[in-house]
Design a binder for this molecule. Structure first.
Ligand SMILES: [Mn+2]
Length: 229
């Protein structure tokens, strides 16, 4: 049995499918975990949802996932939904026919998944207070430590002790791929958001093999998004 992880997909279904194939995912024997933010922004949230169901993937809640159920309900009820980007409207329109199954699934997602060999979170943890002292907001959006306005500064994992459990996270496309190792080479922080929806790549990690696997973004330039959040 293998334990596989894939970073923030953001509607990039083609790359998700390619990465699953490159990882040689086997539904019967492999467990697949996602770092969250699977649907919004990118071109094909419906195919992402189908792949999540096909692979029986487990996922932690991302800062975009947290808004989806309410926005989907409002969209379905005909309310004008305040949308920041037109791509959000596209996401809602595409996912609306699947809302009955998708909304309860989204609302069941945990902020963290804590297993003996790893801790999976969307953005990170409070490196001083640890898992138990991390706030909901920190799980969803933390980037810098100490906290600053904006996204520039040392990362939370720069202050995370290498003696701690391996943390796997996403959310930080500007920070790129992260693989921090102890003196003996074993990893203690793996960051998998490599900005596929911005034209970067989609990243995966095989726990048992300590192996990073990537596929390049297929998005043609005009579809690549430049706003980052
Ligand atoms: Mn995020």
């Amino acid at each position: 049995m293998r334990t596989l992880f894939i970073g923030d997909i953001h509607g990039c279904a083609r790359e998700f499918e390619q990465l699953i194939s490159k990882l040689e995912f086997q539904r019967d024997t492999d467990l697949l975990y996602l770092t969250g933010d699977a649907f919004t922004k990118g071109p094909d949230p419906v195919a992402v949802w189908k792949l999540i169901q096909d692979t029986n993937a487990r996922m932690v809640l991302g800062n975009h996932d947290v808004r989806l159920p309410d926005r989907l309900r409002r969209h379905l009820s005909g309310e004008p939904v305040p949308v920041k980007w037109h791509v959000y409207r596209q996401t809602l329109e595409a996912l609306a026919p699947f809302a009955e199954a998708l909304i309860p699934w989204l609302e069941s997602l945990p902020l963290w998944i804590d297993e003996p060999d790893f801790l999976l979170v969307h953005a990170g943890i409070n490196p001083v207070k640890g898992l138990q002292g991390t706030t909901r907001d920190e799980f969803l959006v933390i980037r810098t430590w100490p906290p600053v306005e904006g996204i520039v500064g040392p990362r939370w994992h720069d202050a995370y002790e290498p003696s701690g459990k391996l943390i796997i996270f996403g959310h930080d496309a500007p920070g790129g791929l992260v693989a921090k190792r102890r003196g003996d080479g074993s990893p203690y922080v793996i960051g998998l958001d490599t900005g596929c929806v911005y034209g970067g790549s989609l990243s995966g990690y095989v726990l048992e093999e300590d192996r990073l696997v990537q596929v390049e973004s297929n998005l043609p330039l005009p579809e690549r998004l430049h706003s980052r959040q």
